[in-house]
Design a protein around this ligand. Structure first.
Ligand SMILES: [Zn+2]
Ligand SMILES: [Zn+2]
Ligand SMILES: [Zn+2]
Length: 157
């Protein structure tokens, strides 16, 4: 699926959710949505706020916060708390084949995405074995990335 069509289906999901809740689509909310859809992955509220303000300086923190909550509730955004950092938001994966998990570097806070079919299958099997109906999962691996390991090795020399 292309980037544009993935955005279309997420947009449709958001609109359907807002209709159901009787929420209006305001100009500010649309600006925040556009910024979020086109911004970097794993964005914080502060980062999204400063980007959205470039398009509309009147946008405030509370509006961004509420809009991101709405995105999470509607299922178009995933919330992540990677260790001690601020909450980060990313666009939801469209369909199971686009699912991904994360490696988090404790030194530079870099976030690396991965997808491994063997891990996914193992998790599904484990849940089934325990009679557990799996709705979703987050797999997070904390450690030190290759760049930081190299920097460390250099320092030691
Ligand atoms: Zn996974
Ligand atoms: Zn690192
Ligand atoms: Zn991610």
């Amino acid at each position: 699926m292309g980037e544009a069509s993935a955005h279309d289906s997420l947009n449709a999901r958001l609109n359907a959710y807002m209709d159901k809740k009787g929420l209006r689509s305001t100009g500010q909310r649309r600006t925040i949505a556009d910024t979020f859809f086109n911004g970097p992955r794993h964005i914080t509220i502060e980062e999204l706020l400063s980007r959205a303000r470039q398009a509309d300086p009147r946008i405030g923190y509370a509006t961004v916060y509420r809009t991101l909550k709405l995105f999470s509730e509607s299922g178009i955004a995933n919330e992540h708390n990677f260790g001690d950092g601020p909450t980060r938001y990313e666009l939801a994966d469209e369909g199971d084949d686009h699912h991904h998990d994360h490696l988090i570097c404790l030194e530079c806070r870099r976030i690396i995405e991965f997808h491994d079919e063997a891990i996914e299958e193992l998790q599904a099997k484990l849940a089934a074995r325990l009679g557990f109906e799996m709705a979703s999962h987050k797999h997070e691996i904390y450690g030190v990335c290759d760049t930081c390991q190299k920097a460390r090795a250099k320092k030691k020399r």
